[in-house]
Design a protein around this ligand. Structure first.
Ligand code: SF4
Ligand code: SF4
Length: 368
């Protein structure tokens, strides 16, 4: 990776990063002896979370979770930044790919910082006190993992309960719950929001790097396609950062709105193809939900081209490359998101499609 990444520079930047207690570069990290070194570092440094910057989590996340487990860390406290397939193998510009690598590790640090110790895989959970008993989650779950149960002493009131041995951990029900009464282990709202915020650190300066593009990719389909694109060394512009979810149906429209209202120049959702989605109907739900979101985004005055949903299957690395390429080009044509321009002290008259900038910001934020 050092051919296209400034690893020394990255290491010294990470050493000064908030929340980071220890940074170490280890060769051949997937080798058993190297993983033992990881376990040892957790013990000797007293670490309570671990971020591995290496290859794809689809390849070795389990092994690193085991290494962390030997030193007492739960699997949920381990995160990987895919610096190989999604960075060093697909970008040749060393300066740009090094910046991207820094962003990717920052995202992972932000995400794992919000993690809570558990061994729940990626299963959904219900916050009983917030559940209204509406049953939307039950209707969403394709494997019937959710049952509505009566609450003793409260006739007519029901509560959603999840059978953990049936739940596949797709997260579709979590995004569907109208009461925000659900969450998903490993992809909790707090964890993903931390990633989004890490990528949009108050993009209120005209000097901030343009374009800042967020790509949501689903674990089994488009993220796997990205890995294959990396293995094939398909070159892409280094202007995008990927947020992984298990299924595209986990993607909450509020996340898209949050990214755009914080100044991201574009948000791209890459979902598995209908009929080939790992969770069968997940990407159909995504498409339905995001079509509605497109209307909202337009009503808020954003250029509708800042947000796009495309189907990419796991065996379509070229399609991943092309989707990202086309989207980056589109965003470069549109220009920076007006939300990144500094908010004026006095209401002012920079003309947008819907009035002043401060008005635009307020209207977007009121939706969050
Ligand atoms: S969708 Fe949410 S509020 Fe409705 S039953 Fe399920 S957990 Fe409860
Ligand atoms: S996460 Fe997926 S499989 Fe699990 S209960 Fe929710 S919809 Fe069903």
């Amino acid at each position: 990776m050092s051919a296209t990444l400034d690893l020394d520079g990255l290491q010294s930047k990470l050493k000064g990063m908030e929340g980071v207690a220890h940074v170490e570069t280890i060769d051949f990290l997937c080798h058993r002896h190297s993983r033992d070194r990881v376990s040892e570092a957790i013990r000797s440094e007293g670490l309570d979370r671990l971020v591995i910057g290496a290859c794809s989590p689809l390849l070795y996340l389990k092994e690193f979770e085991e290494a962390a487990g030997k030193s007492g860390l739960m699997p949920s406290m381990v995160e990987m930044a895919n610096l190989r397939e999604q960075c060093s193998w697909v970008h040749k510009d060393k300066k740009a790919s090094s910046k991207k690598a820094e962003d990717m590790v920052s995202m992972a640090v932000a995400k794992v910082g919000m993690a809570r110790p558990n061994n729940d895989g990626t299963r959904a959970k219900v916050k009983d006190e917030a559940c209204s008993g509406c049953g939307v989650c039950q209707a969403t779950c394709r494997v019937n993992a959710i049952k509505m149960v009566d609450i003793p002493g409260k006739p007519g009131h029901r509560l959603a309960t999840i059978n953990p041995s049936v739940c596949e951990g797709c997260g579709a029900c979590v995004a569907a719950c109208p009461s925000a009464a659900m969450d998903q282990a490993r992809f909790s709202n707090a964890e993903v929001v931390a990633e989004i915020d890490s990528l949009t650190p108050r993009l209120d300066s005209e000097t901030e790097k343009f374009p800042n593009i967020m790509v949501f990719a689903c674990h089994w389909c488009s993220y796997a396609a990205a890995d294959k694109a990396g293995i094939m060394r398909l070159q892409m512009p280094p202007d995008f950062r990927v947020i992984r979810t298990m299924c595209s149906a986990r993607i909450d429209p509020e996340w898209v709105m949050r990214a755009l209202s914080r100044g991201a120049d574009g948000v791209l959702i890459l979902a598995g193809k209908p009929g080939r989605c790992h969770y069968e109907v997940g990407s159909i739900r995504t498409n339905r939900r995001m079509s509605l979101l497109n209307v909202v985004i337009k009503q808020l005055g954003f250029d509708e081209n800042r947000f796009r949903t495309i189907y990419v299957d796991s065996d379509e690395p070229e399609s991943f490359r092309k989707s990202v390429d086309d989207f980056v080009r589109t965003i470069k044509d549109i220009g920076p998101n007006p939300m990144r321009i500094p908010e004026p002290e006095e209401p002012q008259t920079v003309p947008l499609q819907f009035g002043t900038i401060s008005e635009a910001q307020m209207r977007a934020r009121s939706l969050l």
